[in-house]
Ligand binder design. Structure first.
Ligand code: NAD
Length: 302
């Protein structure tokens, strides 16, 4: 029987699914030293985003054959070190697309209808009907940077709400055009959008792809939404723009440094901030585990 070490918190359902294929050891929150000890006799390591799978950890896993990251991104895994030892690294990027897309819609709806402020205002005993006059999303322009798995799901939801959807991507998919996305160049998207939402991976090309120059091209009423990776937006430039009211606001689920302790963002009132929860749904976790279990089974059959 294979031994599967799980070092980030996962649902009971995920543990049960993994137990069907091996002995599962659940040890969240280990230090690097403790993880190096724990991994010695394990065949598979399952992590989410918190565990740092360093070269040291990988080299300590003498029997290690597979590292499985439930979710998107391999930023917390030294993939090169794993490859050098012939250890396969897999993830399940497709598992959370609907969850993140719905979350982005939620952020936009919260923004235009002031839902978070209205909730807290009422809880504090006020009844401020006029203060919370909102706007519709219908008829507004949604600019999607990176019309991939998540961006594509955001696009169809935006279209369903009657939004005009612009897309900017290095790959233009006919399928998305047929669904109603109009691909434009980057400056056009920035100039014309009421909401600019980012759904690109973090790469050398996308790092700080939204910075001072790009923000200056946006409408003063525009809102930036980032539920991709924090470093895609130059946070210092964004904070300056928000403080100077150069744009209307930002909805951020991701930050250059997480959690964003001491950040001026925490004191601004033209932001909606959430703690990287775009993919945090029961369904996304379940889908991710189903995909990972399948990949472990395929490895065992080889
Ligand atoms: P994806 O690979 O399916 O789509 C990314 C798209 O970006 C692709 O269409 C690609 O062509 C495009 N792209 C890449 N480089 C580009 C560039 N330089 N300029 C323009 N377009 C470019 O990825 P996905 O699964 O949709 O994930 C998108 C992002 O969402 C990733 O950054 C991922 O880490 C993040 N994410 C966040 C959460 C969360 O909890 N907030 C959860 C899941 C994924």
């Amino acid at each position: 029987m294979i031994k599967i070490l799980v070092t980030d918190p996962v649902s009971d359902e995920s543990i049960q699914m993994l137990q069907e294929i091996g002995e599962v050891v659940l040890k969240p929150g280990l230090s690097e030293k403790a993880l190096c000890e724990e991994i010695r006799d394990c065949d598979v390591l399952v992590v989410r985003s918190s565990t740092k799978v360093t070269r040291n950890v990988i080299n300590s896993g003498k029997k290690l054959k597979l590292i499985a990251r439930t979710g998107v991104g391999l930023d917390n895994i030294d993939v090169k070190a794993a490859e050098e030892r012939g250890i396969k690294v897999v993830n399940s990027p497709e598992a959370s697309s609907a969850s993140v897309a719905e979350f982005v819609l939620g952020l936009m709806l919260c923004w235009v209808r002031h839902i978070p402020e209205a909730h807290f205002s009422l809880r504090e005993g006020r009844w401020e009907k006029t203060k919370f006059m909102g706007k519709e999303l219908k008829g507004k322009t949604l600019g999607i940077i990176g019309v991939g798995r998540i961006g594509g799901e955001v696009a169809v939801r935006g279209i369903a709400l009657g939004m005009r959807v612009l897309g900017y991507d290095i790959v233009e998919r006919k399928e998305m055009e047929e669904k109603g996305v109009r691909y434009v160049d980057f400056p056009t998207l920035l100039r014309e959008s009421d909401f600019v939402t980012l759904h690109v991976p973090l790469t050398p090309e996308t790092k700080h792809m939204i910075s001072k120059r790009e923000i200056e091209m946006m409408k003063p009423t525009a809102v930036i939404i980032n539920a991709s990776r924090g470093k895609v937006v130059d946070e210092r430039a964004l904070i300056d723009a928000l403080q100077q009211k150069r744009i209307a606001g930002a909805c951020l689920d991701v930050f250059e440094s997480e959690p964003p302790r001491e950040s001026p963002l925490l004191k601004l009132d033209n932001v909606i901030l959430t703690p990287h929860i775009g993919a945090s749904t029961v369904e996304a976790q379940r889908n991710a585990t189903i995909i990972i279990v399948q990949k472990i089974k395929e490895m065992l059959q080889r």
